[in-house]
Design a protein around this ligand. Structure first.
Ligand SMILES: [Ca+2]
Ligand SMILES: [Ca+2]
Ligand SMILES: [Ca+2]
Length: 225
């Protein structure tokens, strides 16, 4: 019977979506979100990916990927915006049921300052480019002191930047690895170095493709003997 053919083509199993990563597209202010899912179907032609903006938006299909693929990266997104995704498998007979929905929020790079005289940090938490009160923006510290040079980076791979300092007198780096905005010592937070020389300026980046955390580096403005 033809119905048995139809049945054999149907995708019975549902792919499970897990949002695994928030990442920068790099360079511009564009952001991207990556989704992965579990391929539990053996006869799919591919997967259809649907997206909505915010948790109350309407899903629309944005892409299809081939069979047995289990990841999709959605690039060119707006910053500081929540997107939700769901996936279903399809073949000639139709679509599977939808996966669960999962939502992620793209990152938002904002400015901040380190005040060496007090060791305090002021971060533009609401992203308006102005220093508002400590209840609207973030006032952190003291973390670091006069003479220290500020660094920020995702030391723990959480997707959120944390503060840190490079001390040019000791060449030691103190990084707030546990995200509580306070210095808790080398066993809880990160102590690196000696790395660099006293005239160096600290730089931070994800130097290695695939690295899950930011790494330190230095820029040497003047050549030293
Ligand atoms: Ca499959
Ligand atoms: Ca602000
Ligand atoms: Ca800490």
């Amino acid at each position: 019977m033809s119905s048995s053919w139809t049945l054999s083509l149907r995708v019975f199993l549902t792919p499970l979506v897990l949002l695994t990563a928030l990442a920068w597209a790099g360079g511009s202010d564009a952001a991207q979100l990556s989704s992965t899912w579990t391929d539990t179907s053996s006869n799919e032609d591919g997967f259809k990916i649907e997206r909505k903006i915010g948790t109350s938006g309407t899903f629309t299909q944005i892409a299809t990927v081939g069979k047995n693929l289990t990841a999709y990266t959605d690039a060119g997104l707006a910053t500081a915006t929540t997107y939700c995704y769901r996936v279903r498998a399809y073949n000639a007979a139709g679509n599977s049921a939808y996966s669960n929905e999962t939502c992620g929020t793209t990152a938002h790079v904002s400015i901040g300052i380190f005040r060496p005289s007090t060791g305090k940090w002021y971060l533009d938490l609401n992203g308006n480019g102005k220093l508002d009160s400590c209840t609207i923006d973030a006032c952190l510290g003291p973390f670091g002191q006069q003479g220290n040079r500020p660094v920020v980076g995702d030391w723990a791979g959480t997707g959120t930047a944390q503060i840190g300092i490079f001390d040019p007198s000791t060449l030691l780096w103190k990084l707030n690895r546990n995200g509580n905005d306070s210095w808790d010592g080398c066993s809880v937070d990160s102590c690196l170095g000696p790395f660099g020389t006293s005239g160096d300026l600290p730089v931070v980046g994800r130097w290695k493709t695939g690295s899950s955390t930011d790494l330190i580096g230095i820029y040497r403005p003047s050549k030293r003997g």
